[in-house]
Write a protein that binds this ligand. Sequence first.
Ligand code: KG4
Ligand code: ZN
Length: 339
Amino acid sequence: MLVLGLESSCDDCSAAVVEETSAGPKIISLVRESQDELHAPYGGVVPELAAREHLIKLRQVIETALHQAGIKTTDLSIIAVTKGPGLIGCLLTTFSAGKAMAWHSDIAFAPIHHAMGHFNSARFDAPNLPFPALVLLVSGGHTHLYLASNWIDMQLLMKTRDDAAGEAFDKTARLLDLGYPGGQAVDERAQHATNSALAFRSPKFKDGLPSWSFSGLKTAVKQRIENTPGLSGDDRNESEINALCKRLNETITTWLLEPIPKLATAYGAKSLVVSGGVACNSELRSKAKSLSENLGIVVAIPKPYLCTDNGAMVASAGAMLPRSTHSSWMENASADFKL
Ligand code: KG4
Ligand code: ZN
């Protein structure tokens, strides 16, 4: 069974052809047009520019994915497209294109929640993941922890109260002028650190409910940069900057993994999945692996190129959706488009 997956919820325009085999999903082609250069001057994604760029690149991206896979549209069994959440103008481009292709060639259409897509990127390397699984999704828009009973049933356990972890990375990189996108730059700097920076205080929640918060950390980083000689201006000191990046890496990864042991026990989790762009982070990857070993559970972290937004993860999720939840072209498009 061949599945076309389309993803354009933010600044990556991606299409992939995935073959679902008895041994799990296999990527036949994966095309991704990054918009990093377009948004770099602004230090963040400009939604209107992103949507227009998707419109320009979309057709070529889909055609290249089909061409590289050596197939025609009519060879596809399913067209899976991210339905949200994401930037609405960006989502609409591939959602409409995918729906039109499905309509034209009478192919099943699978609208996919973005979080389910990120989760299903773990299926490429861990098709036999034991359930229940704790699923930590960390990206520029998400910091969510789910309990999954299979590849398509996810129950939200906790999430950030304000900003996503990726935003703290991106904001820090912007303040330190490290380039765009920020997470990778901070991560690389952290690996070159030779000294250590002062710790950041963890947020305290009056209601005591488990959750995360990263807006206070963003403010604390801003104040630290403004008030510490060597972190900005003409007397920039590269080793102080590296030390701050290392401290940020340590802080965010510690906070993200803190609730895992208690929840793994409470829900009898047999595995931990970490995905989303921030799952590219070297420290998060190694800490999640050793934590899982200590807990005696399986860990699944997709390869970095599959952690960031891509069409293959959407196709992988599309292959798992039961046929009854696929739409035919006759149904109302808006019914599928729940964000
Ligand atoms: O999943 P993704 O590609 O897009 C969204 O759905 O948001 O995630 C993008 C986020 C950005 O905030 C980026 O800075 C972050 O992932 N990121 C990283 C690393 N690589 C990408 N954060 C920390 N360390 C990294 N190595
Ligand atoms: Zn994402």
